[in-house]
Write a protein that binds this ligand. Structure first.
Ligand code: SF4
Ligand code: SF4
Length: 651
């Protein structure tokens, strides 16, 4: 079988020549824009991403090829998925077009090739139809529906029309071919349209028009790719492949001995994966829509952060503009709660939290500029190991009358209960601590505390960009754990959990860290604590970002309080909204826009609950404060408190 489609506009001699010139030109133009980007990536700082290949392949198959994150939004998800899957099928078709052009008279037949070509023609035609429909839907969304998160750009429209040109020219080429050569192979499009064209005097011209429109559209597409946001077509799959696999924020220690400036100050401070992230943004706006700061009119738009950094990265080399303050405003950086909602929403796995904290590090450690509220907090953390300045020697005063044993390395208990600053000093936080102690005691769990040897994990210092202070606090605690032989830790604070579990191993503290919800879930299952509760009580559950999104713990707190009693709201689990406390925001004033805690409370109140169940002491404070300000009739309780009550009411 020959692929020769006898193009009327060219001869077998001129056809490869013209195509070759066009192809070379496109390749040169593509390389001229793509090479500088690639060169910057190749010269960028190292990022340890070459591990756990099998896990990475599975993630890529699921998220990139399976388009699972895009499907979180049905309409736009299907539209994009159809175009993506269609293009995968049409890659072979593009190959066929170039073979036809370069080898006009070659015979590529082999046994069985006729049925194979026909089978592919059918599959390909369905892909062409679905991609065409998806493009029309995309145009309808952009031009008629105009969703808020999308900005209408000429570039986006140009790409859609190019795709449409590729699809229509494919249909034209096949139909004209079958009209010229009725015994040729074709799919349903050719079979349907060929009779319409047959007999026309311009079929040969239509055939050539279809061919050249198709190949030039593909080549224009290639040239535009590295010059537009559609560069993501090339970078998305590697970006997903090299994305973060572990829980936590993906932060690593700074080498204070070796580095000259600390944090992300210049674009050269980005590692290659962080730069790849910037090239991969599709500007779909999903991150903005998920962001609690954006929703409450703060100046932070995660999408814009990426676009501004990308434009700076693509700008003239050698620019000495400082990133924090120069490219991204300080207030933008301090608006982030590090909740990770943007990352959970991003279909191409762009990471934000490490960049925002890195930029904050640049502000705090290199530029020595940060909100005034942090001055006292940093001092208190340094001198008293808590952010509010309570005397270190009073850290365990809450436990005085409760008979909680202090950790004895010669006679250790199964668990060390790490209480955290909130649970040790805050009036409301101490009530939660007492309820956890009571429940653990009731269930016969063996535990003790570090007493005044416990110190802040350093979480607020790290999230606020003061890596130096975090290093100091983490080193002290890690030494304490090692010296006292601590192995298993339970904590009711998700921020402590996140630090101890994900960040302390770098300090040599290899701990098994569990959240109190996990231990309570287990005790409920074992029947050691009562699940009895008021059947009439309407409960909604608020997911803490550092328990859920950053550590994947969603079921344990729900099962501890009986998940059947929870009336789930739509913004829950992976799509839960932050209360506004994370990322050291609980230390900062919130003077712009509406309060994030009020925004979250509005979402939680949709189901008119009697009780908002929470598994983070900071979320309890934020939401309770919002309830008071809004004067609502709803209780906010830590799950430990709910179980204690159930037990008491069951006696
Ligand atoms: S981490 Fe949260 S607050 Fe920060 S940019 Fe992302 S969604 Fe917004
Ligand atoms: S960062 Fe991700 S979610 Fe946000 S606009 Fe870019 S691609 Fe979309």
């Amino acid at each position: 079988m020959t692929l020769n489609r006898a193009l009327e506009w060219t001869s077998p001699e001129t056809q490869p020549l013209i195509l070759g010139i066009l192809f070379l030109l496109a390749l040169v133009l593509f390389s001229a824009a793509a090479w500088p980007k690639l060169k910057v990536l190749l010269n960028a700082k190292e990022a340890a991403k070459g591990d756990r290949i099998f896990e990475r392949i599975c993630t890529t198959l699921k998220i990139a090829f399976g388009q699972t994150k895009l499907m979180q939004e049905k309409g736009a998800g299907w539209m994009h998925a159809l175009i993506f899957w269609g293009f995968l099928i049409l890659l072979f078709r593009a190959g066929e077009f170039f073979l036809i052009g370069f080898f006009p008279e070659a015979d590529f037949s082999f046994p069985g090739s006729a049925s194979l070509f026909t089978a592919y023609a059918w599959v390909k035609d369905f892909a062409v139809i679905l991609v065409t429909l998806a493009v029309f839907y995309a145009l309808y969304r952009r031009l008629v529906l105009k969703p808020k998160r999308l900005t209408l750009s000429g570039e986006g429209l140009a790409i859609l029309f190019l795709i449409l040109a590729i699809m229509v020219s494919d249909m034209l080429f096949d139909s004209a071919y079958l009209a010229l050569l009725p015994e040729g192979h074709s799919g349903p499009i050719g079979l349907t349209l060929a009779p319409v064209l047959s007999g026309s005097s311009i079929i040969g011209h239509l055939h050539s028009l279809g061919y050249w429109t198709h190949v030039t559209s593909i080549l224009i597409f290639l040239v535009l790719l590295p010059r537009s946001k559609h560069f993501h077509i090339l970078t998305s799959i590697p970006n997903v492949f090299f994305s973060k696999l572990d829980s936590g924020n993906g932060l690593s220690r700074i080498d204070f001995e070796e580095e000259e400036s600390f944090g992300l100050v210049n674009i050269e401070d980005f590692n290659w994966k962080q730069m790849l992230d910037l090239h991969t943004c599709t500007q779909c706006g999903r991150c903005d829509r998920a962001c609690p700061a954006w929703a409450t009119d703060k100046p932070l738009s995660p999408q814009q952060v990426t676009v501004d950094l990308r434009d700076h990265l693509n700008g003239p080399p050698g620019s000495d503009i400082i990133l924090p303050g120069g490219v991204i405003d300080d207030e933008v950086l301090w608006s982030c709660t590090t909740c990770g909602a943007c990352e959970a929403a991003c279909p191409v796995m762009i990471e934000y939290v490490d960049k925002i904290i890195g930029l904050r590090q640049g502000l705090v450690l290199t530029e020595d500029r940060y909100p005034k509220e942090l001055t006292d907090a940093f001092k208190s953390l340094e001198t008293q190991s808590n952010p509010w300045g309570f005397p270190k020697a009073t850290r365990s005063d809450w436990a005085k009358d409760l008979g909680v044993p202090i950790w004895d390395k010669n006679n250790p208990t199964e668990y060390l209960y790490f209480v955290g600053c909130n649970g040790s000093f805050d009036t409301r936080g101490k009530k939660i601590t007492e309820s956890v102690v009571q429940t653990l005691k009731d269930a016969g769990v063996e535990f003790s505390i570090l007493g005044n040897d416990e110190g802040c994990t350093g979480d607020p210092a790290r999230r606020a960009g003061n890596e130096y202070l975090f290093e100091m606090l983490a080193t002290e605690n890690a030494e304490t754990f090692k010296e006292k032989g601590v192995r298993k830790v339970v904590t009711h604070c998700p921020h402590c959990l996140n630090s101890l579990k994900n960040e302390y191993p770098e300090f040599g503290a290899q701990l098994e860290v569990i959240h109190h919800s996990e231990i309570l879930q287990k005790l409920v299952k074992e029947g050691k604590i009562s699940k009895k509760q008021n059947e009439e009580e309407k409960i909604v559950f608020h997911d803490s970002c550092y328990l859920g999104r950053h550590n994947g713990i969603y079921d344990a707190p729900r099962e501890a309080i009986n998940k059947n009693s929870i009336k789930e709201i739509s913004q829950s689990r992976e799509t839960g909204t932050c209360c506004g406390a994370g990322g050291a925001r609980f230390l900062l004033e919130e003077n712009t826009g509406t309060r994030m805690s009020h925004h979250r409370l509005d979402e939680l109140m949709v189901n008119e609950p009697d009780t908002i169940a929470v598994s983070c002491p900071f979320c309890v404070l934020m939401l309770e404060d919002a309830v008071k300000t809004k004067n609502l009739d709803v209780k906010v309780k830590d799950i430990g408190e709910m179980l204690e009550q159930k037990k008491l009411s069951g006696q």
